[in-house]
Design a protein around this ligand. Structure first.
Ligand code: RTP
Ligand code: MG
Length: 137
């Protein structure tokens, strides 16, 4: 089933010059295509909406600060089973638990600075595409 998902290459990925490598892994999957792409520094308001489910958790404020610490690359990716597929390419949240071969497993160490966000369900994808690319919703 063709889907679309919202991907963010987090500020650590941009700072470390890993955006090309990560985008390339996504682009090479059969059938998937990038249909929107933007370099952008995120403000508090959009971050609060994006990570609203985590309000009150101990990692919330440091996460907000990190996500606003530099530009991110926001993308919409479309294609067959892309929601589950990009989550799989990314690997689990903790990069040390993520297998080598996954984006987080290959490049990450710190839980917060785990390089990539990808929508975790069809409902999240719809909400997040609307939030980041309102013109394309
Ligand atoms: P994301 O939402 O960014 O795609 O990541 P995720 O689903 O794998 O993980 P989630 O539980 O939604 O957490 C959101 C982001 O918060 C940071 N985090 N830090 N204990 C910690 O320090 C901690 N836990 C989570 C990570 O950047 C995580 O991706
Ligand atoms: Mg999440």
């Amino acid at each position: 089933m063709s889907q679309r998902t919202l991907v963010l290459l987090k500020p650590d990925a941009v700072r470390r010059g890993l955006t090309g490598e990560i985008i390339s892994r996504i682009e090479r999957k059969a059938d998937w295509r990038i249909t929107a792409l933007e370099l952008r520094t995120l403000g508090r308001e959009i971050l609060e909406q994006h990570y609203g489910e985590h309000v009150g958790r101990p990692f919330y404020e440091p996460l907000m600060e990190f996500m606003a610490s530099g530009p991110v690359v926001a993308l919409i990716v479309e294609g067959e089973r892309v929601i589950e597929g990009v989550r799989q390419l990314a690997g689990p949240t903790d990069p040390i638990a993520a297998a080598p071969g996954s984006i987080r497993g290959d490049f990450g160490v710190i839980v917060r600075e785990n390089l990539i966000h990808a929508s975790d369900s069809a409902e999240s994808a719809e909400r997040e595409v609307k939030l980041f690319f309102p013109g394309l919703a």
